[in-house]
Design a protein around this ligand. Structure first.
Ligand code: HEC
Ligand code: HEC
Length: 360
């Protein structure tokens, strides 16, 4: 119930009237901002996974999350969830990379492997409220590196790490920096004098989209599909009442509410459709309607534009959301609230809308 109220409130709060303005190419996003946006998306998904899946499923149906989740038919730990999606991103060779690391790692793969990672870990331990940023050159290319502190936000973090046989530190306390999320974004060739390191907004949006997709893939494949196949847990639209797993769309939608709430008037992402099961997910603006129509015809690239709302400029992109499995088609076509009953495999059921604020 609590969650429904929350979502209704956010919906009205952010029902801004976007109007389209001419697209200009001079606007770029500073890599520090880009890193903060990407980090916010990673954190929002991790929070939804930790609170709505790991903690809730343990409390309601006794489903545990364990390090050996595969063998034990359990849920992966949040750190493992993040590692799984970062592996998907790294494999895509987008340039973007991220991972969880620590100077006292349980898993030796998570120890710092470069000077910048060691320096960053030391710095965020000293000033836990400030991420550490640095531009480095590697083989003629420049990279923006960001290290965000990862704190012991609950007693469970402290308890599990202090008691883990492979942890070299046994005295973590609540609030301590336990490690960091390290993020790397390419910013171009190092040519010396060129100080324009801004990243085109469409590139930042592609990064954000790829993180959302990677997390949704991990959630669908490693959590929902796997646990359903072995009869351990099931996803349901009424997950809240039924002590069930969230549908993948609901996972994304809840993370999106969280990010809107955390980044007031800033970054935002939504799942929308011309044929929504939930009317709240319908096209809210002309841009959204046109974009959804466009990706239905030209699904190869996202529909993009710069729009204005309340005196502020935003970059917006709509990526097609394809019916990649028969389950998407079956569930949407047969849902009583679905206005469209003839989706086919491969059709775009809707789109992922990403909104990124621009500095004017
Ligand atoms: C039930 C045990 C458990 C809990 C609870 C837990 N962790 Fe971990 N954590 C692990 C394990 C196991 C790993 C190693 C995962 C892997 O194989 O990469 C890990 C990895 C990490 C890492 C990467 C460095 C390392 O130790 O390998 C960080 C940072 C981290 N956890 C922080 C946290 C924070 C912050 C919380 C609370 C929000 C938390 N952990 C909760 C068990 C736990
Ligand atoms: C078991 C049923 C089920 C399956 C499977 C399913 N969906 Fe949905 N989907 C829903 C429901 C229910 C909503 C509405 C969620 C809400 O907002 O509360 C939804 C929402 C959406 C939306 C937002 C627009 C709308 O209809 O409200 C999109 C886009 C979407 N799903 C795409 C997909 C895709 C792509 C897949 C497969 C990868 C998929 N869905 C699989 C039930 C399902």
């Amino acid at each position: 119930m609590k969650i429904n109220f929350f979502r209704v409130f956010i919906f009205f709060f952010f029902f801004l009237d976007f109007s389209s303005i001419a697209f200009s190419n001079e606007t770029g996003i500073h890599p520090q901002k880009a890193a903060q946006y990407i980090h916010a998306v990673i954190e929002a998904n991790r929070t939804i996974y930790s609170e709505y899946i790991v903690e809730r499923m343990e409390k309601t149906v006794g489903l545990k999350s364990t390090e050996n989740w595969k063998e034990e038919n359990a849920l992966p730990l949040p750190a493992q969830f993040l590692a799984l999606s970062s592996k998907i991103i790294n494999k895509k060779n987008l340039g973007l990379n991220y991972r969880l690391l620590s100077q006292w790692p349980i898993n030796p793969q998570n120890k710092p492997v470069s000077e910048i990672e060691s320096t960053g870990l030391t710095r965020v331990s000293e000033t836990p409220n400030k991420p550490y940023f640095e531009i480095i050159s590697q083989k003629g290319s420049q990279f923006f590196k960001a290290i965000f502190p990862d704190k012991a936000v609950t007693k469970a973090c402290v308890h599990c790490h202090n008691n883990h046989p492979n942890s070299s530190k046994k005295d973590f306390k609540l609030g301590d920096v336990m490690g960091a999320i390290s993020l790397s974004i390419p910013i171009g060739k190092s040519s010396g004098a060129d100080d324009n390191i801004n990243i085109p907004p469409e590139v930042v949006s592609d990064y954000i989209h790829s993180v959302i997709e990677a997390d949704r893939t991990v959630y669908s494949e490693k959590i929902v599909n796997r646990l359903q196949k072995i009869n351990i847990a099931f996803a349901s639209e009424n997950w809240w009442e039924e002590d069930a797993l969230l549908l993948p769309a609901q996972f994304l939608l809840n993370a999106s509410d969280l990010i809107i709430d955390r980044m007031r008037n800033g970054l935002d992402f939504k799942l929308i459709s011309l044929w929504p099961i939930n009317r709240r997910n319908g096209a809210a603006t002309k841009f959204e309607r046109e974009g959804l129509e466009y990706i239905d015809i030209h699904p190869l690239r996202p529909y993009i534009g710069i729009n204005q709302a309340a005196e502020k400029k935003y970059f917006q992109a709509i990526y097609p959301d394809f019916a990649v499995t028969d389950a998407c088609v079956q569930c949407h076509n047969n849902h009583p609230q679905s206005p469209k009953k003839d989706f086919k495999l491969g059709n775009a059921i809707g789109g992922v809308l990403i909104t990124i604020p621009l500095e004017n």
